[in-house]
Design a protein around this ligand. Structure first.
Ligand SMILES: [Zn+2]
Length: 234
């Protein structure tokens, strides 16, 4: 199967679904990790152009650990608007390029405006990618994929309807996250968060809920045709 995971910034997918992506890869599926934004504003001292290149390399190093394809849509951080037809078309073309069976993206109630915009745009794009009258570089998709929302940051008001036991891929998840060195520093300075500890503690919490050591939680988007589109093949 083709799995398309779309986060707003490089490191978002690692934080919320990399254990599951590692499992999906091991099960033989093709993984595409897409970061909509460049991550160009996540630092106090490094200027945006320089930071873009650093974060591109960090994302590549992380994705290489699970042999995932990695893409960016090239938006500036904080400049991604959901209510824009131009932006919608970029997301539609992403879906058409990836031809996913399953899409994983941010929850609609995540904490950061770029995350919420990506969530909305992926909801729009997964449907509109099937309409041939919307012309983009890639041809129209032949189906609407299943859509899963990954945990929001810290799980506030997010009640998973589906858990993946990631105990055996949790170290890979941490190794992937650790490739984002610039963000380990940024999150400590800007948000007073040790993100490695944060992710480990949260993974354990979801594990307690799911009856295993470490878990990741998801909510499947429930709307006509989507629930029966495909089962999560981990
Ligand atoms: Zn983010």
């Amino acid at each position: 199967m083709n799995i398309l995971a779309v986060g707003a910034h490089p490191d978002d997918l690692e934080i919320s679904c990399a254990g599951t992506l590692a499992k999906l890869k091991r099960a033989g599926h093709h993984i595409i990790m897409c970061n909509a934004c460049k991550g160009d504003k996540g630092h106090y001292h490094i200027p945006p152009d320089e930071l873009t290149e650093i974060r591109r390399k960090e994302a590549l190093a992380s994705a290489a650990l699970i042999s995932s394809e990695v893409l960016t849509l090239g938006f500036g951080d904080g400049e991604l608007l959901a209510e824009s037809q131009e932006n919608r078309m970029k997301f539609i073309d992403l879906v058409r390029y990836a031809r996913p069976d399953i899409v994983i993206t941010h929850a609609p109630n995540d904490y950061m405006p770029d995350h919420i915009a990506v969530s909305q745009l992926m909801f729009h794009a997964t449907f509109f990618a099937t309409l041939p009258s919307f012309r983009t570089e890639n041809p129209a998709a032949d189906k609407v994929p299943a859509l899963y929302y990954m945990d929001n940051l810290s799980g506030l008001e997010f009640n998973p309807t589906f858990y993946v036991d990631v105990t055996d891929t949790f170290q890979t998840k941490l190794d992937m996250l650790e490739k984002h060195q610039s963000q380990l520093v940024w999150l400590k300075e800007h948000d007073q968060v040790d993100i490695m500890d944060f992710v480990t503690t949260f993974g354990k919490t979801r594990g307690i809920q799911a009856g295993c050591t470490y878990a990741e939680g998801f909510v499947q988007h429930m709307a006509w045709t989507r629930p029966n589109a495909v089962r999560f093949p981990v």
